[in-house]
Design a protein around this ligand. Structure first.
Ligand code: CAA
Length: 698
């Protein structure tokens, strides 16, 4: 074949009746403006040449087009628009075949859907994940997919955004053929098949689609209940419904309008920020260091945390030695891990035939000496500095040179722990979140003497465990728990000043949190916060306002869900407010001379979020977090922060630094100790800068 025209990043290779069009836009062949332009003109050029009788589009690199270039979202759209490019392909008088490998997602799959036949290469995954980014398939996906698969599977794929494996894609009629080999080779073969009449082609817009109003109504009703806060999923259903009654050209117009509506929402910006946040946190000063090899890990402590960490490591293929001091503790750990692994099988996270092999990598032991050959040890015992120092002192004598020694402490000083060893450069914090085999956040806590390659090893382990690892500095509570300890108080203050725990929970659930703070406390166990308050009592500043209601609740032995009572009462299937709590609140108000006032739901949200943002700003200001986006990632992946709001500091940019300063100053008139304006926020307000600006600068 001869190479006739090059239009980087799209190349045409034409010989005789066959034109191969190759997209090459690393890393994921996203349809940037340059790709759209070049793809459109390449197809137009092949058609103008009038020689080709078949066109095959394929991609270079690791994947077929993985979607539109989402870095362009939110900027003024530039022509040609993707739907126009795909219309040229659909209307081409010469059949176009898409040969897809890797992940054909979003605009990538839509390129396939507009083609006249689709061939998948083994391992292909397809999907329309736009809804997870706050938009909808805006290049024909909602109009063409239902025509190929029928309404039900299309609705499911579009509304869930899930990825579909190759065989299912074949079964559903999304692809016409499943093949194997190098994409170009397959492209050449498929061109021959089209010419030979063995690979049929057809235009998707000419396929009829039967309406099904009941199905559409049922899906709309389901979403009204399950996703009332979200914008895009509802628009997806409207578009699919439109496909059942409008001709393609009008359906595409309808879809385009809804796509633009989604594009204009803050939810789109929040969800795309969340997508990039997950990736941005890997950009740490130690990223070019070579991590140490880790295949064998030790976990000390078989409680909920230790067992969760061990489960996560086993699922990632690591060998795990679990240490406990007593046989019954070890047995409990083994049983928790076994339950977790069985749960993973049930949820489809682990193949049933891999269960025994996975558990076979676990070595339980009562001897710390069993950790002599571990590459990395994670201590996950209870939060007591004396106990931790004792363990690290022992590890220092037992572990091989070069082993990484990590503590899963939630707030203790990792520098002090490191001093218990003769090798502080090998010590760091690896703070998991409960349940550790499910929650994706991992705080990598870097102490003063931690060696850069040990930090890199923490990040490499995080990646292996499929966690979102975030670099944090040493302070009480690191990034997440330090911010939580601060803003959680604002909920108690509002409770004492007149809002009920139920109103506060409901307002914050409406904002998008899966659970309000009082329900979360009940779930996590109120004794945890109680212990922390008692620990901090001796150093609590005299000016700090202190609310005693939670202490009164705990004194009754009511620790929340696990004891059947907390701020709520838990009966078999019912949850109701605990009437006793109201009495504690009233008694404390009376004692402190507080006259309750009413709060609007918006005021609750504003105060709670402003408190969170204030402490988050201080965490960025003093370097505990590298950038605002790191704080966002911590809250998105560890604290159930509503993803569509992008994280606390992304949300803060929607409010603006000046307004936040104004709010804090207003609230400070009631409590000047709690409500202090962080210097960084004041500076940002003065300079008109945003947290996003800081993300770009740091
Ligand atoms: N646009 C721009 N950049 C993208 C991108 C996209 N659609 N998808 C991935 N990238 C970037 C990532 O940010 C990352 O960049 P850095 O290396 O600078 O961090 C790089 O490509 C590699 O991505 P991953 O690290 O995620 O690589 P992976 O191999 O783990 O995963 C993937 C690859 C499965 C394609 C994954 O990146 C992914 O899911 N991407 C998003 C796919 C998507 O949502 N597509 C729909 C876009 S919206 C759309 O298409 C609208 C429409 O209808 C027109």
């Amino acid at each position: 074949m001869t190479d006739s025209t090059k239009a980087a990043p799209v190349t045409i290779e034409a010989e005789g009746e066959v034109a191969l069009i190759r997209i090459d836009n690393p890393p994921v062949n996203a349809t940037s403006q340059a790709v759209r332009q070049a793809l459109k003109s390449s197809v137009e050029q092949v058609l103008a040449d009038r020689k080709a009788r078949v066109i095959v589009v394929y991609c270079a690199g690791r994947t077929f087009v993985a979607g539109a270039d989402i870095r362009e979202f939110g900027k003024p759209p530039q022509e040609p628009h993707l739907p126009d490019v795909y219309n040229v392909i659909e209307q081409s008088p010469v059949p176009v075949v898409a040969v897809m490998h890797g992940t054909a997602l979003g605009g990538g799959l839509e390129l396939g859907l507009a083609s006249h036949a689709r061939v998948g290469i083994e391992g292909l995954r397809v999907g329309l994940p736009e809804v997870t980014l706050g938009v909808l398939p805006g290049a024909g996906g909602t109009q063409r997919l239902p025509r190929l698969t029928g309404l039900k599977p299309a609705l499911d794929i579009i509304v869930s955004g899930r990825q579909v494996a190759a065989q299912e894609a074949l079964d559903l009629g999304i692809i016409d053929r499943l093949d194997s080999g190098d994409p170009r080779e397959v492209a050449v073969r498929m061109a021959a098949e089209v010419l030979g009449g063995t690979l049929p082609t057809r235009r998707t817009d000419q396929i009829d689609l039967a309406p099904d109003p009941d199905l559409i109504r049922a899906e709309a009703e389901r979403l009204a209940k399950t996703a009332p806060n979200l914008f895009a999923p509802h628009r997806c259903v409207e578009c699919v419904e439109a496909a059942t009654r409008l001709p393609m050209a009008e359906g595409l117009k309808f879809e385009r309008q809804k796509f633009r509506d989604c594009m204009d929402t803050p939810q789109r910006a929040g969800l795309i920020h969340a997508f990039f946040a997950e990736r941005a946190v890997a950009n740490v000063p130690e990223k070019s260091e070579t991590p140490r090899e880790v295949t064998k890990i030790g976990v000390i402590g078989g409680g909920t945390m230790g067992s969760g960490i061990a489960t996560s490591a086993l699922l990632a293929g690591l060998e795990v030695t679990l240490i406990e001091v007593q046989q019954d503790g070890l047995d409990r750990g083994i049983s928790t891990i076994t339950g977790n692994i069985d749960g993973a099988v049930k949820r489809g996270k682990l193949k049933a035939n891999k269960r025994d092999q996975t558990l076979g990598r676990l070595t339980p032991s009562l001897e710390m000496e069993s950790l002599a050959d571990a590459d990395l040890v994670i201590e996950a015992v209870f939060e007591d500095m004396g106990v931790k120092k004792d363990i690290f002192g022992k590890l220092d004598g037992i572990c091989k040179q070069g082993a990484v020694l990590a503590s899963n402490t939630s707030y203790l000083d990792v520098n002090e722990i490191a001093q218990a060893t003769s090798r502080p450069e090998d010590v760091l914090g690896l703070h998991f979140f409960s349940p550790a085999h499910v929650m994706r956040l991992l705080e990598v806590v870097v102490a003063d003497k931690t060696a850069p390659e040990v930090v890199a090893t923490g990040f490499a382990l995080g990646k292996k465990l499929k966690k979102v690892a975030v670099r944090a500095g040493v302070c009480d509570g690191f990034i997440g728990n330090r911010i939580l300890a601060h803003y959680r108080k604002s909920a108690d203050y509002m409770m004492l000043d007149g809002a009920s725990p139920q109103q506060i929970d409901a307002a914050l659930e409406e904002f998008g949190f899966a659970m309000g703070p009082f329900k979360v406390g009940d779930l996590a166990g109120l004794d945890i916060g109680w212990a922390s308050r008692k620990r901090k009592a001796p150093t609590r500043p005299a000016e700090e306002r202190y609310v005693e209601v939670s202490d009164r609740v705990c004194e009754q032995g009511w620790y929340g869900r696990k004891t059947g009572k907390g701020f709520y009462v838990y009966e078999v299937k019912e949850i109701s407010p605990n009437p006793e709590v109201e009495k504690f609140i009233e008694a404390e108000r009376e004692e402190k001379g507080i006259t309750p006032r009413s709060f609007t739901d918006q005021e609750i949200i504003d105060r709670y979020m402003t408190a969170m943002i204030a402490e988050a700003t201080r965490v960025v200001e003093d370097g505990t977090a590298l950038r605002p986006v790191d704080v966002d990632a911590v809250f998105l992946f560890g604290y159930g922060f509503p993803r569509f709001r992008g994280g606390p500091l992304h949300y803060a940019d929607r409010i603006g630094a000046a307004e936040l300063v104004k709010r804090i100053e207003t609230y400070a008139q009631e409590d000047a100790h709690y409500w202090q304006v962080p210097e960084l926020l004041r500076q940002m307000a003065q300079d008109g800068r945003t947290f996003d600006d800081l993300n770009k600068e740091r």
